[in-house]
Design a protein around this ligand. Structure first.
Ligand SMILES: Cc1cc2nc3c(=O)[nH]c(=O)nc-3n(C[C@H](O)[C@H](O)[C@H](O)COP(=O)(O)OP(=O)(O)OC[C@H]3O[C@@H](n4cnc5c(N)ncnc54)[C@H](O)[C@@H]3O)c2cc1C
Length: 322
């Protein structure tokens, strides 16, 4: 994406294919203004300074939105993707959010339909995904506060010391904008499903904060911290399709057996994973970690999870969100 920064016609342009099809987005024209194809051609020439042959194929009005549905569920109907949340596109998070919704809802629907989870597990979908959408919406809005319009400073195009100073200042504004993007990257990977009935908080959620950049955390509700194992494989590739009990080298063998028995007694599909890797104890801060099918930490501890905890994680008991 290229930004044209000039007071005459600030705009964004970018390729739509690998040929010569481009979009042109003037960012300072009013919504009442409906340019004809000839006027649009003139705008492109004014904005870019490029005098070339142009054919306008289509034009429409587009407005950045920041919208979040009050509810993501009613009875048997669930909303996922843009139907539930529309972030401003700066940062490129819309599709990612929608895919995240599908991943969250997908395993829960499967678990309920296959009978190993209770129907109230589905209540956790809205709790988890709506708060994540809110974080991403805020980050995308922060990105949206600097476009080509905001960078137009006096003397910007002058070949003078004032012009040079203006360009340095504009570059600094872009640098700060980049910092906002990193913040967004932090929340896209580094969110935490807080107060979810399908997560067993061990008391550490209150201390968890989204970070400017992504900081891996095994606080229950976070995406499981990743690492590459000694054989070059990804830790994630060893997680099962159901729940995974991740065992670090600090685990007490009796508690590993007790945890496996407790989970299997609940008919939960389980993979027990004990990689011989010293880093896991530090990364996960617990000898036993239960990871959901969507790769989020559900529970961690040093003793087998109780039946009560497992029943809550699986929505077999209705529990009001905290
Ligand atoms: C300018 C712009 C740039 C973007 N850039 C990025 C980016 O870089 N990265 C990123 O991750 N995301 C980006 N996005 C967002 C991304 O495109 C959307 O988040 C994503 O496409 C949403 O997918 P969806 O399946 O939820 O909805 P949609 O893609 O909107 O799909 C909904 C579908 O339902 C159909 N439909 C609607 N009503 C009915 C009906 N009654 N019956 C049957 N069908 C119906 C529609 O025709 C449509 O095909 C961008 C969006 C915009 C506008």
């Amino acid at each position: 994406m290229f930004w044209q920064i000039n007071p005459d016609m600030p705009s964004l342009i970018g390729p739509m294919d690998q040929g010569d099809l481009w979009f042109f987005m003037p960012t300072a024209i009013g919504s009442a203004q409906k340019p004809t194809p000839a006027e649009a051609e003139e705008m492109i020439r004014t904005s870019t300074g490029i005098d070339t042959e142009i054919e306008v194929l289509s034009s429409d009005e587009w407005v950045a939105s920041k919208l979040l549905a009050d509810r993501f569920r009613r009875d048997r109907a669930f909303m996922i993707g843009d139907a539930g949340h529309l972030p401003p596109p700066f940062g490129g998070f819309g599709m990612l959010l929608g895919v995240g919704d599908a991943v969250d809802l997908g395993w829960k629907l499967a678990a309920v339909l296959l009978g190993w989870a209770g129907p109230s597990l589905l209540d956790s979908y809205e709790v988890e995904r709506r708060q994540t959408a809110q974080l991403v919406l805020d980050a995308a809005e922060a990105n949206h506060t600097i476009l080509a319009n905001q960078l137009i400073l006096p003397h910007l195009e002058d070949d003078t010391p004032e012009g040079e100073a203006a360009r340095v200042e504009a570059a600094e504004m872009v640098r700060r904008h980049k910092a906002a993007e990193f913040y967004a990257r932090g929340v896209v990977l580094g969110y935490c499903y807080r107060d979810s009935p399908a997560i067993a908080d061990d008391g550490t959620q209150k201390d968890w904060r989204p970070s400017l950049d992504y900081t891996p955390s095994a606080t229950p509700g976070c995406i499981a911290p990743h690492c590459w194992l000694a054989d070059g494989s990804s830790l994630y590739d060893h997680f099962g399709a159901g729940f995974t009990l991740l065992v670090t080298r600090d685990a007490d063998p009796a508690q590993i057996d007790a945890a496996r028995s407790a989970i299997e007694a609940e008919d939960i599909p389980l993979t027990v994973l004990a990689p011989q890797d010293d880093r896991l104890a530090g990364l996960y801060q617990a000898p036993l970690v239960l990871i959901r099918p969507d790769q989020h930490v559900a529970w961690r501890g040093d003793r087998a999870p109780s039946r009560d905890v497992l029943e809550r994680l699986l929505g077999r008991r209705a529990v009001a969100a905290a």
